[in-house]
Structures are given as structure tokens and as C-alpha cells.
Write a protein that binds this ligand. Structure first.
Ligand code: SF4
Length: 84
């Protein structure tokens, strides 16, 4: 929500487009919330959000793609609780 207008935001206020480039950065990258640190958690989530990083082979072999994603994200995710 925009604190001034009370309206729902359509994009994150911390997202910045690099000038003259098709690149975006996060203004609070090092202090970003946990939801941002842990995203994406699943291939389904990437498909749902139409993530630009998803490839055809990820959609056709989602199990393998999930394994690769889990490896890539291992450092960004909290450790699993004991017993998992
Ligand atoms: S990482 Fe999170 S805080 Fe940063 S721009 Fe993206 S959605 Fe916003």
C-alpha cells in the first residue's frame, strides 16, 4: 500500500531501472526482506509469476529444474529445521 494514497502498489517501491539499460536493481538489496531473499522457492512459483529466468526445459522437466533451483538457492535459504 502507498502510505500517502492508501492505494495498492503495482510494483515494489525499491525497484529501480538502470538508465538506458534493460536491467533492474533493488535499492535495499542487502537489507531486503526474507521473502525477497528466499524467492523463488519453486519452479511452480516461477511459472505462476511468469519469471523471465524460466526456460522451456524447466517447464518440461520440472523435477530436474527444481533440483537445480534448490542448489542455486541453497545459500539464500534458511537451514532446514531438525527432523526435515
Ligand atoms: S528484491 Fe524485494 S525489496 Fe528489492 S526490489 Fe525486489 S521485491 Fe523490492
Amino acid at each position: 500500500m502507498d502510505p500517502e494514497t492508501g492505494k495498492q502498489l503495482t510494483i515494489c517501491p525499491w525497484l529501480r531501472k538502470a538508465p538506458n539499460q534493460n536491467k533492474y536493481t533493488c535499492d535495499i538489496y542487502y537489507d531486503r526482506p526474507d521473502d525477497c531473499r528466499h524467492y523463488p522457492t519453486s519452479i511452480n512459483e516461477m511459472i505462476r509469476d511468469e519469471c523471465e529466468m524460466i526456460e522451456i526445459k524447466d517447464v518440461t522437466n520440472q523435477k530436474q529444474a527444481q533440483k537445480i533451483l534448490d542448489k542455486l538457492m541453497a545459500d539464500s535459504r534458511p537451514p532446514l529445521e531438525k527432523g526435515h
